[in-house]
Ligand binder design. Structure first.
Ligand SMILES: Nc1ncnc2c1ncn2[C@@H]1O[C@H](COP(=O)(O)OP(=O)(O)OP(=O)(O)O)[C@@H](O)[C@H]1O
Length: 256
């Protein structure tokens, strides 16, 4: 994905989001990090064409995606928001069926392709046994996986996730991140997500994008990009980057 000269403002004055050039690699996991209010969700929403930018272009495979119809775009790119709402009486399967809307014509019944995509999405998210359970009866982690399954049923190359681990306990946070990693590795999906946990960004991302005040400060491989100095500069906290016996790096926040 290529983003060029992207400008956006919620208010008419100066642009809030200002990005000259940003490339997001296909087939990789890219995580956007940065302090509260720096524009992470706004950037995701701009990529997903949920907000109209004042200038700029976003290309997927040389195609300017602002020119695509909603259905065409929904075949290329799916987004899972931080908070998602659906009728509580829906079962997981009902919800996942919604992901087939870009492929459906009118109110026709589901095609064989639709059913295959729905089954695959439910399987990839580990929800086969729970598929007839109502959303109201699910835990936060199961519910999050159900929304990811809806996005998968869209059969897109790109999956965008806005803070997919919010409100989940540590076990379920890792469950979701492992599920996302599997989608990337096994289904070759390009993942663009927002995370607050810097260690999780470190461990699960091929690339990170560091934002501050609507701008991209740095991007690249996490271990190269996220230095102690950069984290101090962006978040105003002292950290130490340490290595465990398996040579994995971890960010250790220090009290001032
Ligand atoms: N609909 C809106 N109208 C006006 N201002 C908005 C709107 N949505 C967000 N903002 C403002 O834009 C800025 C960026 O918000 P955004 O949600 O993109 O940040 P973020 O980095 O995702 O933050 P967080 O980490 O807190 O989720 C904030 O100052 C926010 O108040």
């Amino acid at each position: 994905m290529d983003i060029k000269n992207l400008f956006f403002s919620y208010h008419a004055k100066e642009p809030f989001i200002a990005i000259d050039e940003l490339k997001i690699s296909e087939g990789k996991i890219t995580t956007i990090i940065g302090p509260n209010g720096c524009g992470k969700s706004t950037l995701l929403a701009l990529i997903a064409q949920q907000l109209t930018y004042t200038a700029g272009e976003i290309y997927i495979e040389q195609q300017n995606i602002s020119r695509l119809s909603r259905k065409e775009l929904a075949k290329k790119l799916a987004i899972v928001y931080q908070q998602n709402e659906a009728p509580e009486q829906y079962t997981i399967r009902d919800l996942v069926k919604v992901g087939r809307y870009p492929y459906r014509k009118g109110l026709n019944s589901l095609s064989a392709d639709d059913l295959t995509a729905i089954d695959k999405a439910i399987e990839l998210t580990g929800l086969v046994a729970l598929q007839d359970q109502r959303l109201a009866e699910l835990s936060g982690g199961q519910r999050q996986r159900a929304w990811i399954a809806l996005a998968l049923a869209q059969e897109t190359q790109y999956l965008l996730l806005d803070e997919p681990t919010t409100y989940l306990d540590l076990h379920h946070q890792f469950e979701i991140l492992d599920c996302i990693e599997k989608l990337n590795k096994n289904a070759n999906m390009t993942i663009i997500m927002v995370l607050h946990d810097l260690n999780q960004a470190f461990q699960y991302s091929d690339e990170v994008i560091v934002m501050s005040k609507g701008k991209i400060i740095k991007s690249g491989q996490p271990t190269v990009t996220m230095s102690e100095e950069l984290i101090k500069g962006i978040f105003g906290i002292n950290v130490q980057i340490i290595e465990d016996i398996e040579k994995n790096k971890h960010i250790l926040p220090l009290r001032k």
